[in-house]
Design a protein around this ligand. Structure first.
Ligand code: GRF
Length: 189
């Protein structure tokens, strides 16, 4: 049984999908949620789904060993970022080398990098009149959205789409594919 920690900064709909998906299987479990945002709705979701949630501040996250200690305590094997907005520091990348994945709501390498998150991404895609967008699941390295790509899935961007309707389509893809891809990658490591 592999133990997964999901890091999230916002609503946490992907975190919820991951928790529910792995609750049904026997090979892995989401045993910890980590957030940097005391107001994130993911905290409420974790409570409702009975998964412990750890709140970290920036200094702790970047400079202390508290998070690593907690990850060890929960015997975490694999880290899944799901709408987590901070850059992952070196000590985590070293400890969990090739065991940290992220999901990005666009077709990387386009529309990635610092500041490209949430509706900023969808607004930029629409402003550039792209015909398609999608999701990218990738390994995490020390740069925003630059690790090796594992999986992509496209969707159409229609002329009537707004950032909100596009976000909805993309969330649909994320919920459909992220848990299964995480399961596959996690089981290979
Ligand atoms: C997702 O669109 C994900 O691609 C991005 O942040 C969003 C998080 O959504 N990295 P949620 O908090 O899981 O609903």
């Amino acid at each position: 049984m592999k133990n997964i920690a999901v890091f999230a900064s916002g609503s946490g709909s992907n975190a919820q999908q991951l928790i529910e998906h792995f609750n049904k299987g026997a090979k892995a479990r989401v045993v910890l949620i980590v957030t940097n945002n005391p107001k994130a709705y993911v905290i409420e979701r974790a409570k409702q789904l009975n998964v412990p949630c750890l709140l970290v501040d920036k200094i702790e996250f970047e400079k202390s060993t508290r998070l690593l200690d907690e990850l060890k305590k929960f015997e975490i094997d694999f880290i899944v970022l799901a709408g987590f907005l901070w850059l992952v520091p070196d000590y985590l990348l070293k400890t969990y080398s090739d065991k940290i994945v992220n999901i990005h709501p666009a077709l990387l390498p386009k529309y990635g990098g610092k500041g490209m998150y949430g509706n900023n991404v969808h607004k930029a895609v629409i402003a550039n009149k792209e015909k398609e967008s999608g999701i990218t699941i990738h390994f995490v390295n020390g740069q925003y959205d630059e690790g090796k790509i594992i999986f992509q899935k496209k969707c159409n961007v229609d002329p009537v789409d707004t950032a909100e309707t596009l976000a909805e389509k993309i969330h649909g893809l994320e919920h459909k594919y992220y848990p299964a891809i995480v399961e596959k990658i996690c089981s290979e490591r």
